[in-house]
Ligand binder design. Structure first.
Ligand code: SF4
Length: 272
C-alpha cells in the first residue's frame, strides 16, 4: 500500500524551490582613495601651487572663450602665440566680426583645424551679439549652445571667468584621474562627475588646474616622473615606480622654461 504523502511533502512538491536571497550588486567605489587620502592629495597640491592658473592667455571672458575654443587639438603655447597679436586688435565680438573670417584665419593658421575654428569663432561672435548682447553668458546651457563650444570649454569659462567650481576634464585630467584611480571613468563626463563627488568642496575651484599641471609636468603621459611627485607615497597607480614623495615646496616657475610633454606629443586634447 502506498504511503499517503504527508501534507508538507505534498505542499513542497507544488512550491518552487526557495532561492537563496539575491546578492545585492556591490556599487563600485568612485575612488580608490579614502576621503582623508583625497584631502591629503589636494592639501599637498595646494601647498605646491597655492594659486594655480591655466596657461592659456586671455584678457577678458570673451577672449578666454575664444582661446579655449581654439585650443582643441592644439597646445596652450601654440594658441598663445597666435592669439597674442590677435587679441590686441580683436578683444570683443564686434571687433572680431569687423576683422572677418579671412583675416582671422591668417592670425590662427598655425593652429590645427584653423579653417573650421575661424568659421566657428565668427559664428560664435554672431551668436553672442544676437543672443547675449555681446556678453559671454555665465551658465552652462547657454554656453554649450554657442557654436564650437562644448562641455569642457564651458567648464573652463565658468571656472576661470566666473569663479564657479566646475571640473573641466582635458587630456591630462582624464589620464591622471584614471591612472592613479582617483576618479576613474570611461568618458570625460564620467570622470567629471566622479571628481565632483570625490574632491572635497574646499578644493573644487582649483582642482582641475592642479590635476592639469600635475599631469602636464609630473604625471606625464609617456612615463610618469614619480621621483618628482609630491603624492608618490599615496598614489595607487599600477605604473608608479617610486613611492618616496618629492619635497613639498612651492613649485618653482621652472615650468615656464620646460617643454611640456604635451607639446612633444602633439598636445592632443579632446574636443571642445
Ligand atoms: S607617483 Fe607617479 S604615477 Fe603616481 S601620481 Fe605621482 S607621478 Fe603619477
Amino acid at each position: 500500500m502506498q504511503k499517503p504523502k504527508s501534507q508538507n511533502a505534498a505542499a513542497g512538491a507544488s512550491r518552487p524551490t526557495p532561492r537563496p536571497p539575491a546578492r545585492k550588486a556591490r556599487k563600485k567605489p568612485l575612488s580608490a582613495y579614502t576621503p582623508d587620502q583625497v584631502e591629503e592629495i589636494f592639501r599637498r597640491f595646494r601647498v605646491q601651487r597655492p594659486e594655480p592658473r591655466g596657461e592659456l592667455e586671455s584678457v577678458n571672458p570673451f577672449t578666454l572663450l575664444v582661446a579655449v575654443a581654439l585650443s582643441a587639438q592644439a597646445t596652450d603655447a601654440g594658441v598663445n602665440k597666435a592669439t597674442r597679436p590677435l587679441f590686441k586688435i580683436a578683444d570683443t565680438p564686434e571687433k572680431m566680426l569687423a576683422l572677418g573670417e579671412e583675416k582671422l584665419g591668417q592670425y590662427i593658421r598655425t593652429i590645427g583645424l584653423w579653417r573650421n575654428k575661424a568659421k566657428n569663432v565668427i559664428a560664435l561672435c554672431e551668436a553672442l551679439l544676437r543672443d547675449h548682447g555681446g556678453k559671454v553668458p555665465d551658465d552652462r546651457e547657454a554656453l554649450t549652445k554657442l557654436p564650437g563650444v562644448g562641455r569642457k570649454t564651458a567648464n573652463v569659462v565658468l571656472n576661470v571667468a566666473f569663479g564657479q567650481p566646475t571640473m573641466a576634464v582635458d587630456t591630462h585630467v582624464f589620464r591622471v584621474s584614471n591612472r592613479i584611480l582617483l576618479a576613474p571613468g570611461k568618458t570625460p563626463e564620467e570622470v567629471e562627475q566622479a571628481l565632483l563627488q570625490v574632491v572635497p568642496p574646499d578644493y573644487l575651484l582649483h582642482a582641475h588646474h592642479w590635476l592639469i599641471l600635475h599631469g602636464r609636468y609630473v604625471c606625464k603621459a609617456r612615463k610618469p616622473d614619480c621621483p618628482a611627485c609630491i603624492i608618490a607615497d599615496l598614489c595607487k597607480a599600477p605604473e608608479k615606480w617610486s613611492d618616496v614623495p618629492a619635497p613639498l615646496v612651492p613649485w618653482q616657475p621652472v615650468e615656464q622654461g620646460r617643454s611640456p610633454e604635451e607639446e612633444v606629443e602633439g598636445g592632443v586634447r579632446p574636443g571642445p
